[in-house]
Write a protein that binds this ligand. Structure first.
Ligand code: HSE
Length: 422
């Protein structure tokens, strides 16, 4: 029987669930895999844990953990990129495999860490960094290995999906939905990262690395959060047959590759449109398989720890995957050239000639109006929303039109723009 000596760093929600899983499943893992998972050491800055079954050693100085000779694998469940990065480097430099749930670490430092792991013939497990308990990393790495990925579309941030679902399905306000997400414990400690799109953007960059076998280039990935979405936009979406979802998109058109993470209108019968609340989903379209979709809990202690356990079983079985081989230099195109049909919501003074002025600017850019909605009963203080569905055009052209429209004196607030992704 093979013994794997494990050190865990981080004893928050995910760390505590992992401790519980690894200790409770010891016998099952022994009999199923002929492996003894031995949780020898826990790095905890507080120096205390609330698990009475743990009989190993507690270490307050996290950076001493990878220096212990007897450890085979360091599991990092701390988060952030400061101490976690130091821990990752030191683990790999000291001959330890490294397993993490940390998307920020992989997104920002992955390339360097994969090279280091390759040099030392060690494995980095990061299944838990995207989609929590959904086995998406191994699906892209192993299951779809013989296929070229054409595109992926995902919902990778449970908090954003929860908020938008509550607003869409239960007419809740943005604020009350956010509060509920925080109470349920799947929002980040600072929910700004969920709301402003940072969390989904980091996960999108990891998926794009595995999907398109190219170096992680965060500066080429477009990002937008969900904080500008208003109930009014949901209502118009419903009327047009669409649902607003926090979308992560990677699309390879052959000559162009675009990666982005932004709220989008999805047709109401599509898979993504029907995945609600905190659930995550990833749909992957590949060369010979067409579309496959993977759905499940994207956060939470036990789902995330399940993925960590899977990485440990990989390591125990001697799977050392050299991710540095995927770090090819590929061209991710500037999102300015990304084309889509778009929803524009303008708040305008309800005066004669306003639609004519707007239409003139749209015509000057040679763009078409696919639909226009204006409802008298939505007028308040002389201001009325006008929704325009703009025919397909690039970001560059749409943004220049929006700038021109916002300069019109009859257009009051910033214009809301939401892309339709079919
Ligand atoms: N805060 C994340 C989410 C979970 O809401 O999906 C951890 O990645």
């Amino acid at each position: 029987m093979k013994t794997v000596n494990i050190a865990l760093c981080g004893t928050g929600n995910v760390g505590s669930s992992f401790m519980d899983l690894v200790l409770k499943n010891k016998q099952k893992i022994k009999s199923n895999f002929d492996v003894d998972f031995n949780l020898l050491l826990i790095g905890s800055r507080k120096g205390e844990i609330n698990n009475t079954e743990f009989k190993g050693v507690l270490e307050k100085d996290i950076l001493k953990v990878p220096l212990k000779d007897e450890i085979d694998v360091v599991v990092e469940l701390i988060g952030g990129t400061d101490i976690s990065y130091e821990l990752a480097k030191s683990s790999l430099e000291n001959g330890k495999h490294f397993v993490t749930a940390n998307k920020a670490l992989i997104a920002e430092k992955g390339s360097e860490l994969f090279e280091l792991a390759s040099k030392n013939n060690l494995h980095i497990g990061f299944e838990a960094s995207v989609g929590g308990g959904i086995p998406i990393i191994r699906t892209l790495r192993d299951g779809l290995i013989s296929n070229k990925v054409n595109w992926f579309k995902g919902i990778l941030n449970g908090t954003s999906n929860y908020i938008l679902s509550k607003m869409y399905l239960e007419n809740q306000t943005y604020e009350s939905a956010l509060e509920a997400a925080q109470e349920l414990g799947f929002a980040e400690p600072d929910p700004t990262f969920d709301i402003d799109g940072t969390d989904a953007y980091q996960k999108t960059s990891i998926l794009s690395f595995l999907s398109f076998n190219g170096e992680i280039q965060m500066d080429k990935i477009y990002r937008e959060g969900i904080n500008m979405i208003e109930p009014l936009d949901m209502e118009y979406g419903k009327e047009l047959g669409y649902v607003i979802k926090p979308l992560s998109l990677g699309i390879n058109y052959g000559e162009k590759l675009f990666i982005g993470s932004f709220p989008a209108f999805i047709k109401k019968n599509e898979i993504l449109a029907n995945v609600n609340f905190e659930t995550n989903v990833i749909e992957i379209n590949s060369e010979n398989l067409n579309s496959t979709a993977y759905q499940g809990p994207g956060a939470g202690g036990y789902p995330t720890s399940t993925s960590v356990m899977n990485d440990l079983i990989d390591i125990a079985k001697g799977k050392v995957f050299d991710y540095s081989n995927l770090l090819n230099s590929i061209e991710i195109d500037n999102f300015d050239d990304f084309k889509a049909t778009r929803y524009l919501r303008l708040m305008v003074l309800d005066q004669p000639g306003v639609v004519a002025e707007i239409s003139k600017l749209i015509a000057e850019k040679n763009l078409s109006i696919d639909n226009l909605i204006q409802k008298e009963k939505q007028k308040s203080d002389g201001i009325i929303p006008i929704v325009i569905v703009l025919g397909e055009c690039s970001e560059k052209v749409a943004n220049s039109l929006i700038n021109d429209l916002e300069e019109l004196s009859k257009v009051k607030d910033p214009i809301q723009q939401i892309r339709f992704i079919d």
